[in-house]
Design a protein around this ligand. Structure first.
Ligand SMILES: Cc1cc2nc3c(=O)[nH]c(=O)nc-3n(C[C@H](O)[C@H](O)[C@H](O)COP(=O)(O)O)c2cc1C
Length: 195
């Protein structure tokens, strides 16, 4: 099959891209509104970008009514966010937090999750997540309906329970999940090494 992307509508592009670019890691992004209400939402258009400076990127599309998502509004307002990693054990609260709630209605409460103060940034981090990256915005790039948020990592929290004997993060203990196409997700239990 050959596909001319130039002739596709956004829904067709989305469908093809999320089934082909797999598995996608999930940035579970916490932000805070100017009035101090925390927000939490998952984004799988997410990637590490570089290590010097340590940079990551996630991108938001628009809400179904064509307005910016709450995460984007908050990040544009205060320039800070936290990326929390999603382990398999938190898959259901993660899905709940993706619901389209009104602005300033906290997904932490809806999903039964705990926001706790971050070290350097105003948005809280997620207590239940084993890894949190506190970030400050480096640049926000608009491409059509997408807003790509590039952030520099300022601080990282790692739960000691996911460290191996050499004090390194053990992927098996992190047990992170990835997004596949449609409603499907992947786990990371089946790993192999290549020299
Ligand atoms: C696993 C998963 C990945 C998602 N990835 C994205 C994404 O990359 N970009 C996006 O705009 N929305 C994505 N969504 C949908 C948002 O999480 C959803 O629109 C959410 O309501 C946004 O919340 P907010 O308005 O509080 O920012 C994803 C949802 C799930 C469950």
């Amino acid at each position: 099959m050959e596909i001319d992307f130039r002739s596709l509508d956004p829904t067709q592009c989305y469908s093809l891209m999320i089934r082909a670019i797999t598995p996608r890691p999930i940035a579970w992004v916490s932000t805070i509104s100017p009035r101090g209400i925390p927000n939490l939402a998952p984004f799988s258009y997410f990637a590490g970008v570089g290590s010097s400076p340590p940079t990551l990127m996630f991108s938001t599309s628009l809400k179904s009514d064509g307005t910016p998502k709450d995460t984007q509004r908050n990040v544009e307002a205060n320039g800070e966010f936290v990326v929390n990693i999603v382990p398999y054990s938190l898959r259901n609260p993660m899905a709940i937090s993706a619901g389209e709630f009104p602005y300033e209605e906290s997904e932490f409460e809806h999903a039964g999750l705990t926001p706790i103060p971050s070290r350097l940034v105003e948005p809280p981090r997620l207590l239940e997540s084993p890894i949190n990256f506190e970030c400050r915005v480096h640049e926000i790039v608009k491409i059509g309906s997408a807003t790509a948020v590039f952030g520099i990592i300022q601080w990282m929290h790692v739960d000691d329970r996911i460290l191996n004997g050499e004090q390194k993060i053990d992927p098996e203990l992190v047990d992170s999940i990835g997004r596949m196409g449609g409603l499907s997700y992947s786990r990371t239990c089946d790993r192999f090494e290549i020299k």
